[in-house]
Each structure stands twice: as structure tokens, then as C-alpha cells.
Design a binder for this molecule. Structure first.
Ligand SMILES: C[S@@+](CC[C@H](N)C(=O)[O-])C[C@H]1O[C@@H](n2cnc3c(N)ncnc32)[C@H](O)[C@@H]1O
Length: 204
């Protein structure tokens, strides 16, 4: 299904142009947390508001939704949140080695057909990129409502040498403290669907 382009999309993106990250320039000093597939940006905007000492980078390939995330950041006057529009497969090579402390994957598209497994953001080739970008001891925080994707991901993280110190199959019941909800998560929570979350760590 084709999504309708939002009214004045390019004009609205241009008004937020200062929020696009310049990946040719050095990233700002200090901790770096990246969200891959930020959607409409509720999560990453809230992170940036709560943790002003951290630099946040949000990657999203769909212009129609990144524009909403960027407008939230502009309206809130956030200085520690930048955006990259593009597919992470193309963006990842532009990010430096061993630089980020944390990567967030929230409600990533499940790509249920086996033929499409390589597109899942927890497929081995993506995990290799995250490993390169993360510092020693860096973390990936992955949340999903999709149990088959979660089970697949538990295997791929383990196969690719990540440790899994924190795994829950019902985040809201077991570890609600400090959890920041995404747009998708709010919707699933209202429907009573349990949310799975894993934290994966990398040793270099
Ligand atoms: C199901 S939505 C979830 C959005 C948001 N994280 C949330 O939880 O509300 C997945 C988002 O990830 C984006 N996405 C999926 N694969 C991507 C990729 N390879 N690179 C960048 N964005 C991607 C999609 O465009 C979509 O906006």
C-alpha cells in the first residue's frame, strides 16, 4: 500500500533542516545513543529531553514519519538530537567505529516471510554493523510485540557473539520502571499485548 505524501512535506523538512546530522563532520563529543527506525519520534524526543548530556541520533527511512519526529524536536528546542533520513543499511557505513554507547531498535518491521529475513534489523549483517559502531561494552536495546521476531533475534544476537544480560517477555509487567514508550508501544499496550525486550552487550 502506498502512503499518501504529507502536505508540503519537502517544505516542512526544509524548515527542520538544521536538525539533519552532518555525517561528514565529526560527531559531537560525549555519549552517543542511536535509534534505528525512529518512526514519529516519541521515544527519541523523550530520551533527548530526559538526558541532555547524551547526544542522540535518530535514523528513519520514511520521510512522511521522520518529518513528525523532527518537528517534535524543533518545537521542544532540543539541542542534543539529530536525524538522518535513509535506510540504515546505507547509513551504517557512514558511522565511525567504536563510537556509540547504545543502539535502540523499537518495534522494528518483522518481515515475517523467510525470504525477507535479511531485511530484519536483527539479521546477522545488521548486527555486525552495530558491533562495529558500538564501543566495547556497548548495548543494544530491542523492544517488540512480535514474538517470532523476538525469538529469531535471541538466536541471531547469541550467534553473533552478543551477551544477553537482560531479557523479558513482558516488559510492562516485569520492568516498567524508566521505560519510555514509543508510538507503537502505546498502541500495543492499550490492546493488552505483552512487549518483549532484550538488552544485548558487545565485548570487543
Ligand atoms: C513499525 S515502525 C516503529 C516506529 C517506532 N520505532 C515505534 O516504535 O513507534 C518501524 C519503523 O522503522 C523504520 N525502518 C524500518 N527499517 C528501517 C531501515 N532499514 N532503516 C531505517 N528505518 C527503518 C520504518 O520506516 C518505520 O518507521
Amino acid at each position: 500500500m502506498r502512503m499518501r505524501t504529507r502536505n508540503n512535506l519537502e517544505g516542512r523538512l526544509a524548515e527542520c533542516a538544521a536538525l539533519f546530522a552532518d555525517l561528514e563532520a565529526p560527531l559531537p563529543e560525549g555519549p552517543l545513543h542511536i535509534e534505528v527506525g525512529c518512526g514519529k519520534g516519541r521515544f527519541i524526543n523523550e530520551c533527548a529531553r530526559l538526558f541532555p548530556e547524551v547526544n542522540f541520533l535518530a535514523v528513519e527511512r520514511v520521510s512522511n514519519v521522520i518529518v513528525l519526529a523532527m518537528e517534535k524536536a524543533r518545537d521542544a528546542g532540543l539541542k542534543n538530537l539529530k536525524f538522518v533520513r535513509g535506510d540504515f543499511a546505507a547509513v551504517a557505513p557512514l558511522l565511525p567505529d567504536s563510537r556509540a554507547e547504545r543502539i535502540y531498535l523499537n518495534f522494528s518491521d518483522p518481515w515475517p516471510k523467510k525470504d525477507n529475513a535479511k531485511r530484519r534489523l536483527t539479521y546477522g549483517s545488521f548486527l555486525e554493523q552495530y558491533k562495529r559502531i558500538l564501543k566495547n561494552g556497548g548495548e543494544i536495546w530491542f523492544k517488540t510485540d512480535n514474538r517470532p521476531l523476538f525469538d529469531f533475534s535471541l538466536e541471531t544476537f547469541a550467534e553473533n557473539g552478543f551477551e544477553l544480560p537482560d531479557v523479558t517477555f513482558d516488559l510492562h509487567a516485569e520492568r516498567p520502571e524508566g521505560n519510555i514508550m514509543t508510538e507503537y508501544e502505546q498502541r500495543f499496550a492499550q490492546m493488552g499485548i505483552p512487549i518483549c525486550r532484550l538488552v544485548a552487550t558487545v565485548k570487543k
